[in-house]
Design a protein around this ligand. Structure first.
Ligand code: GTP
Ligand code: MG
Length: 287
């Protein structure tokens, strides 16, 4: 999937390039500061990065500094069938679309997938995921609006076990009447998943809207406190110049970024590769 991150960072890179007269071998600290501000890296982190750099910065020294920010531990490999993923995040972040993209990816690999329409708060959410399931020709467990989402999660896992599916991906609501309602609901879904299958959900994946840049970090902390997050997916990177925020997100949350969304289609999901990401940003300023 090489090149997908490049596509996702197009706007971020163009924005940086507009402020760079000529690509260079060495940059000053001020130039690096400018670059990182333009890309929406949090200022506290920029100061930290600058403090550890020499007066004249070359590509290699900056690359090492930036790559270091992604040195979060890798997620342990879990051999579970079904492998259950719970997708959480605020409304509009891109959860439902990301579920379709993940399902497509697994299906391409020849693995079987079932979806659970666990966002029962809005009828439109159930319909949206059902349409994706039809398009992708994969089964879905869905109930009526207002029904208990943890029952949907339970039924999805039970069906996945009975029919020996490789993956079960469960959608959740991004907003309820209050935040404490949402927290209670998510906790209950997690408990019930574990009842349906010990160890499930195997991954709680938080979807963050990339167009919000570094300002999504606080939101991520709230979800992490609610249920504990295993990994991050950043969507809509294609539509923003704030692609540098991934540095802040990784550094602040100490959670792995697993995928990035690069568009609205099912194929528009790239496995996140820190090396390719950092190189793409550095290409905007260095030769
Ligand atoms: N350009 C672009 N658009 C995206 C991406 N991911 C999602 N979107 C769009 O963002 C909008 C919201 O996506 P949804 O998947 O409905 O978001 P959600 O988190 O499920 O929202 P709720 O169900 O309201 O909580 C849709 O119009 C998607 O097409 C992406 O990577 N790039
Ligand atoms: Mg949704």
């Amino acid at each position: 999937m090489f090149g997908f991150i490049k596509k996702a960072l197009k706007k971020t890179v163009e924005n940086i390039e507009e402020n760079v007269e000529k690509k260079k071998k060495e940059a000053t600290k001020e130039e690096i500061e400018e670059l990182l501000i333009e890309a929406d890296v949090e200022y506290d982190l920029i100061e930290k990065i600058l403090a550890s750099l020499p007066a004249k910065v070359n590509r290699v020294s900056l690359k090492n500094e930036l790559l270091f920010l992604f040195s979060t531990p890798q997620l342990p490999k879990i051999n579970a069938k079904p492998f259950v993923e719970l997708i959480i995040g605020v409304n509009g972040a891109g959860k439902t679309t990301t579920i379709a993209k993940l399902a497509y990816l697994y299906k391409q690999r020849g693995e079987s997938v079932i979806l659970g329409a666990g966002d029962t708060f809005r009828a439109a959410a159930i319909e949206q995921l059902t349409r994706w399931a039809q398009r992708l020709e994969i089964p879905i467990v869905a109930t009526k609006q207002g029904h208990d989402p943890s029952a949907v999660a339970y039924d999805t896992i039970a069906k996945a076990k009975a029919k020996e599916f490789d993956h079960a991906i469960i959608d959740t609501a991004g907003r309820l009447h209050t935040q404490s309602n949402l927290a209670e609901e998510l906790k209950k879904i997690v408990r019930v998943c574990n009842k349906a299958m010990e160890g499930a959900p195997h991954r709680k994946l938080l979807v963050l809207d990339g167009t919000q840049g570094s300002s999504s970090i606080n939101q991520a902390k709230v979800f992490n406190e609610m249920v504990g997050v295993d990994g991050i997916i950043v969507t809509k990177l294609d539509g923003t110049a704030k692609g540098g925020s991934l540095l802040s997100i990784s550094h602040e949350l100490k959670l792995p970024i697993l995928y990035v969304g690069t568009g609205e289609g099912v194929e528009d999901l790239a496995e996140f590769n820190p090396n390719e990401y950092v190189d793409t940003i550095l290409d905007a300023i260095f030769e």
